[in-house]
Design a protein around this ligand. Structure first.
Ligand code: FAD
Ligand code: NAP
Length: 345
């Protein structure tokens, strides 16, 4: 493991922002990670762990040490007949891991296919898609506590999971470096097909009882048709969370905007489709220089080439202001903004 000064992070963030890390390294083992952490401590500099950089807005050069996690391993333990604990190192590529589980008959992660990034970042925002979140499949994770230097284990209920959120993202950002994640996966397929017409699409293809691989394949096709591949056009997926509002607020909004798209959520609340509101306001496909709104999905902001993180945030601010003005709802940014002024040495 080599620590190198002044390295461009363009290839390490999916927006493709050309900012630089003061120091940079790639770790492939716990020992290398501990050595990197010791370096940051002895130099008294902050550290930032990056997996795939697909949920990050790097707004400026990054002070201190950027550690890219490439700790890779997989293990399977049988829990009961047809029930397995599957563990993966934090630096495994998420989608490759999902496809590996399916190829080996460990089902349950199929709806989360083709989400960019790494296994270790997945619990950070409780990744979710097509009606499944990793909290529904996760057993536990191991993490290095930077405050104590100890390795600790968190069960899924201890992670404070919520919609695109966790204890690690919002309560203790930067304190824990996730080392590995364990999932409870099944030999049986338990399809979750009630989102976005997945069941109808499969039925239309003559598939009545889909395998997990067929579900994964379908989701990959849908995602490829709707979402920009970061290798071709920089982005971090959904830029805003879907806001949760009270049933009463939603009823009031529906009177004024009968087409408003919303879904039931926890008792007394509904989730608004943020993309629908942004689209209605005419933002889809618009650009301000190289910062733009994707033309097939208004929730995704894109870098057409040379946009900076600050320019993307300025565009996001205009969208937030327009949504507040029309709908009275503030959109919350989903990816992590860094540096954020709260750097922990
Ligand atoms: P990074 O961007 O590298 O890091 C994200 C945050 O986690 C940072 O704060 C970082 O410091 C921290 N972090 C990373 N690794 C670790 C670790 N090992 N230990 C501690 N902290 C760590 N998200 C969804 O939920 N659902 C989707 O369907 C979805 N679709 C997407 C589609 C596209 C095209 C893109 C570009 C993004 C999408 N995302 C989606 C967002 C993103 O892919 C996920 O949040 C993913 O889990 C981020 O992984 P990463 O390794 O790239 O994280
Ligand atoms: P979509 O299917 O066009 O749906 C639009 C929005 O409506 C989604 O955000 C989804 O909320 C919600 N929705 C749709 N059907 C629903 C249902 N039956 N019950 C409750 N909510 C429903 O969305 P899309 O953009 O193509 O994305 C498909 C899935 O991938 C979604 O789950 C989305 O979250 C996920 N995705 C996430 C990111 C990211 O970066 N976070 C990027 C791309 C796609 P939810 O978002 O709460 O699921």
């Amino acid at each position: 493991m080599q620590i190198t000064p002044h390295v461009s992070l363009k290839a390490y963030n999916s927006f493709g922002f050309n900012v630089h890390a003061e120091y940079f390294c790639i770790v492939t083992s716990l020992a290398e990670l501990q050595a990197a952490v010791s370096f940051a401590k002895s130099e008294k500099v902050p550290l930032l762990m990056i997996g795939g950089g697909s949920n990050l807005i790097l707004v400026a050069d990054v002070p201190g040490l950027v550690i890219v996690n490439r700790i890779q391993h997989k293990a399977v333990q049988r829990l009961a007949e047809g029930e397995y604990c599957v563990t993966a190192g934090a630096g495994e590529n998420w989608h490759a891991f999902v496809r590996w589980t399916l190829a080996n008959g460990y089902n349950g992660l199929e709806n989360l296919s083709l989400i960019p990034g790494t296994v270790g970042a997945a619990p950070m925002q409780n990744i979710g898609a097509y009606g499944v979140e990793i909290k529904d499949r996760m057993l536990s994770l191991e993490a290095l506590d930077l405050q104590t230097g100890e390795i600790c284990c968190f069960t899924a209920p201890e992670c404070g999971f919520a919609y695109r959120d966790s204890f690690f993202k919002s309560r203790e950002p930067g304190r824990y470096l996730i080392l590995s994640v364990s999932f409870r996966l099944l030999a049986d397929v338990q399809p979750v097909l009630d989102y976005s017409g997945l069941g109808d699409l499969l039925a239309g293809e003559g598939v009545a009882q889909p395998t997990a691989v067929q579900i994964s394949d379908l989701i990959c096709r849908i995602r490829q048709s709707k979402l920009p591949a970061p290798e071709q056009i920089g982005n971090a997926g959904s830029f805003f969370k879907n806001p949760l509002i009270t049933e009463q607020h939603c009823t009031e909004l529906l009177q004024r905007f009968p087409g408003l798209v919303s879904f039931p959520d926890r008792a007394g609340f509904r989730k608004l489709a943020a993309g629908w509101m942004i689209d209605q306001l005419g933002w889809k496909g618009r650009r301000e220089g190289d910062a733009g709104v994707y033309d097939k999905q208004a929730l995704v902001l894109v870098n057409h080439g040379a946009a900076s993180g600050a320019q993307i945030l300025a565009l996001a601010g205009q969208i937030q202001a327009a949504v507040v003005e029309r709908y009275g709802v503030m959109l919350e940014i989903e990816p992590r903004i860094y540096p954020d002024g709260n750097l922990t040495p």
